[in-house]
Design a protein around this ligand. Sequence first.
Ligand code: ADP
Ligand code: MG
Length: 407
Amino acid sequence: MIEHVRSIKDFDVRYKVVLVRVDFNLPMVGGKVTDTSRLVRVIPTLKYLIANNAKIILLSHYGNPKGKFILGMSLSPVVDELSKALGGKDIKFAVDILESSTKDKIDKLLPGEIMLVENIRFHAGEEENDIEFAKKIARLGDIYVNESFSCSHRNHASIVSLPKLLPSAKGLLLAEELENLNKHLQNPVKKVMAITGGAKVSSKIALLKALIEKADHLVIGGAMANTFLKAKGYKVGRSLYEEDYTQTALTILKESEQKQCKIILPSDVITAKTLENDASYEVKSSSQVSDDDMILDVGPRFLADIIYGLDEVKTVIWNGPLGAFELKPFDIGTITISRAIAESTLSGKLTSIAGGGDVVSAINSSGLSHNFTYISTGGGAFLKWLEGKTLPGIQALMDSARTCPVT
Ligand code: ADP
Ligand code: MG
């Protein structure tokens, strides 16, 4: 798949206006960016374009403004962070991609200069994938670069239509992402342990079905496990679970047997009566949860089993936190597994790939991300990729390679 996608290095970008679709949908609180990990990862591409005298226009969305200008969803707080990450470089900002003043600003850009454009989802044409909207943007640039793997599962104008209209390439981070996913997960070294968690079975059915094909062991934690436990006849009290998906859970359990994939559910759990920081908690066997309990994390016996199981596998694929990790101490399961995977990877025994918005933020906050073999920048895109789907944004780059010549 990657062979047919061109890289920015295949283009002569000198003095060209390069439209780079990035993912600056960064966590922000009160107009301040709280985590720049996503931004930092596109810096190599920006430095490459600066060094090669391109005129750089950055396009991104933030949140879900649904085609309207919403002040609290402005990308302007990103300007300072981007400037800092580039050693104090001046970053220009355009308030509206379609305004004629933006075109004037682009005409005045010098080689190596960068302009960030305001939240592209302030225009309904972005999410509607309106080709006329895309054409107006395409007129502003010479080359399109997709540097947002994490948005490549979206059929949006800046992801799938711009590559139809301009010579297009993958950025360095998108290239790295595809290389790693292909190398480690296309035909993963056996045995494979997949670890899934998070809130809902309903959002991950296709993922679970794909994982039982690929993995020898499928560990299920998080609130997702509650639906499985309930389906198997356990009491889950007031825990988050999905009644409507207990049948799906049973089907997945049955299919896993046919595929010779062993599903591992929590044998013990951490329960509390309230969902809050520092709530008093108990460790219980999964069969002893009472009516007023909430299962908020996996238990120590289960964790020990998983850590022991890591010794038997060569590849770990992880998506979804094992507990309500935003609240302490219900992050312990996720952090303990994160540490064990990091250690095995460091000692060369394991290839470890993790992806997904929440699990990646949990791994990042524990400071262990650099010890994993690869941390995907994708949430939904990582899931779609694991499900075996070709992402529309990547497909668009492949199509562009056939139809739009290199400039
Ligand atoms: P990811 O973004 O990694 O794919 P999800 O979005 O599917 O993960 O799920 C993450 C959410 O699941 C987190 O907000 C976390 O608090 C929640 N969660 C996990 N386990 C539990 C649990 N036992 N009870 C309630 N919420 C849980
Ligand atoms: Mg999530």
